[in-house]
Design a binder for this molecule. Sequence first.
Ligand SMILES: *Cc1c(COP(=O)(O)O)cnc(C)c1O
Ligand code: SF4
Length: 334
Amino acid sequence: MELQTNADSRPQWKQELSNAIESVHQLLHILELDPAKLNLSEAAIRQFPLRVPLPFVEKMKKGDPNDPLLLQILPVTQEEQLDPDYQLDPLEELKSNPVSGLIHKYTNRVLMIGAQTCAVNCRYCFRRHFPYQENRISSQQLDKIIKYIENHPEVDEVILSGGDPLVNNDAQLSKIINRLNNIPHIKRLRVHTRLPVVIPSRVNDQMLSWITESRCPVTFVFHVNHPNEINNDLAEAIQKLRNSGCTVFNQAVLLKGINDQLETQLELSNKLFLAGALPYYLNLLDKVQGSQHFNVPEKDALALIEQMMKNTSGYLVPKLVRECPDIPYKLPIK
Ligand SMILES: *Cc1c(COP(=O)(O)O)cnc(C)c1O
Ligand code: SF4
């Protein structure tokens, strides 16, 4: 008798990544939604394709066209509006791009573009127009990045960002982390990621091994926008990181119709805390072309934060900030 074997020997997260849904009709079929009742846009799909892994889709409510997780990833006609306030590179990041794959805008910390892609395409993302093709990390380029950091002793922290750095294999990540650990003036490493939020199995033993072997402490900044994104699988992933000595923070983007209500923000902070992550930033939307329908005016955002301060503990209130082209830190909104 022949035993049934699993032909796919890739780790579970890799399979879930390559099985991510890229067809709107497949997505709507799973969610039992009628495409005719949604403002779907082919032009939006061509500009920035649909992409969403199944574990994230499973957290959406079937039959609900206004599900707060669905609204973050569905390409809709509102994205076609043009508004001169909303640009292609609102942060002018290309100005602080000294070496391909590196952004050095803040004095002591650099941001490494550790990947060109993400597991999920978020419609509000300021990176939707970023020329990632010019920012792939080859090994020659990694040499250049390392050299740049070596020549800048004021840099004491390296942030792996993207795209999403965790789309890389753990072998590649381990190599990068080792190179960075060999630079004496680097004291801290940080990973900005949404991948475990959409594919919790990403936090596996291979990943934990480069974390525990790192000389510099590794901090994670997750990107969760809505309390429905937090389930037991995600909480377990966060616990594994915490048990490996990591600090886990969360940053969210304030999005109209998704997380701009007081109850939603309070529930998000509470669920994050229970899962083991602390609120860090609540970012005002970056004014990127195609995202204007998500914008929450600054005065409404301030009123929301004031209500949070009245209703919960200080450490559960994220810092309300905006990223500005010429300011070397995230500007607090007051
Ligand atoms: C957000 C960001 C950082 C990290 O800033 P922190 O305030 O330390 O979280 C670093 N570089 C750039 C370009 C950034 O946008
Ligand atoms: S960079 Fe973050 S917000 Fe942008 S698409 Fe990727 S996961 Fe989403």
